[in-house]
Design a protein around this ligand. Structure first.
Ligand SMILES: C[S@@+](CC[C@H](N)C(=O)[O-])C[C@H]1O[C@@H](n2cnc3c(N)ncnc32)[C@H](O)[C@@H]1O
Length: 218
C-alpha cells in the first residue's frame, strides 16, 4: 500500500462487514414500514425516488419499486450495493458516496435517507441534507431517519463492528432539516431493539418532510 491509496469511507468498512446481517437485525422496524406508507400515500404513480444509503435494498427500495416507482439506491458499501441489486432487481443501484455523487437539481419526487448519516461529521450531514433537498423538485418529499443523540465522533460497537458515530439531538436535527428548506410535516420517535442477542434498544427518529416552494438562499 502507498500513501496515494484513497481512504475508504468508514461506513463502507462497517457495512461491507455487516452485509445481510444488518437487514436481519432491523427487519422488524414497524416505524420504518410506517414511514414508507407515509411516502406511498403521497407519491404519484411512477414517481422518481432516490434512496440515499440504500443498504440491502430492503425494505425501502423494494417497497417503493414494488409499488411501481422508479427507484435509484446509492450506497458507499460495495457489499451492500451488490446485495441490493440482487435482492431488488426492479430498482437501480449505484455504489457511490452520497456526499459527492452527481445529483441533478429538482430531479426527484422523493428522497429517502434512512440511518445513512451517522458516520458523517455534523457539517457533512447538514451539507448532504442540503444536497438532497436541492435534488427534490419543488414540494418534493424527504423521509429521514436517524438515531437522535447529541453525540460527536463517539466510539461504539454496532452489531459487533467497531464504529464512530455522530448525530444530533432531535430538536437540532429538525432545525438543520428546516434550514435546508424543508418543512417537517410529521415525525415519529420510537425505541427499537435490533434482533440480535447482544443488541440494546436505540432511539429512532423519523422525519417526514416537504420541500418548501421557495428554496432557501444558497
Ligand atoms: C444503517 S444502514 C441503513 C440502510 C437502509 N437505509 C435501511 O434503513 O435499511 C446505512 C447505510 O448507509 C450507507 N452509507 C453510509 N454513509 C454513506 C455515504 N456517505 N454514502 C452512501 N452510503 C452511505 C451504508 O453503507 C449503509 O448501507
Amino acid at each position: 500500500m502507498t500513501d496515494e491509496q484513497p481512504t475508504r469511507a468508514p461506513a463502507a468498512v462497517v457495512f461491507d462487514a455487516l452485509g445481510a446481517s444488518y437487514e436481519q437485525a432491523f427487519a422488524a422496524s414497524e416505524a420504518h414500514r410506517r414511514s414508507l406508507e407515509w411516502l406511498l400515500a403521497r407519491l404519484a404513480p411512477g414517481s422518481r425516488v432516490l434512496d440515499a444509503g440504500s443498504g440491502t435494498g430492503r425494505p425501502t427500495a423494494e417497497t417503493l419499486a414494488d409499488a411501481g416507482h422508479d427507484v435509484l439506491g446509492v450506497d458507499v458499501s460495495p457489499v451492500m450495493t451488490a446485495l441490493a441489486a440482487r435482492q431488488v432487481p426492479a430498482a437501480s443501484f449505484r455504489c457511490a458516496d452520497i456526499r459527492d455523487v452527481p445529483l441533478a437539481d429538482g430531479s426527484y419526487d422523493a428522497v429517502c435517507v434512512y440511518f445513512a448519516l451517522l458516520q458523517l461529521a455534523r457539517g457533512e450531514q447538514s451539507e448532504v441534507v442540503r444536497r438532497l433537498a436541492r435534488a427534490l423538485r419543488p414540494t418534493g418529499l424527504l423521509a429521514l431517519a436517524t438515531v437522535p443523540l447529541d453525540v460527536e465522533d463517539v466510539e461504539g460497537v454496532f452489531l459487533g463492528q467497531p464504529v464512530r458515530v455522530t448525530s444530533f439531538a432531535a430538536r437540532d436535527l429538525t432545525a438543520m432539516v428546516e434550514g435546508a428548506g424543508l418543512d417537517v410535516l410529521a415525525h415519529e420517535e420510537t425505541l427499537f431493539t435490533p434482533a440480535r442477542p447482544d443488541a440494546v434498544s436505540e432511539p429512532h427518529l423519523f422525519l417526514h418532510c416537504r420541500l418548501r416552494a421557495t428554496p432557501p438562499a444558497a
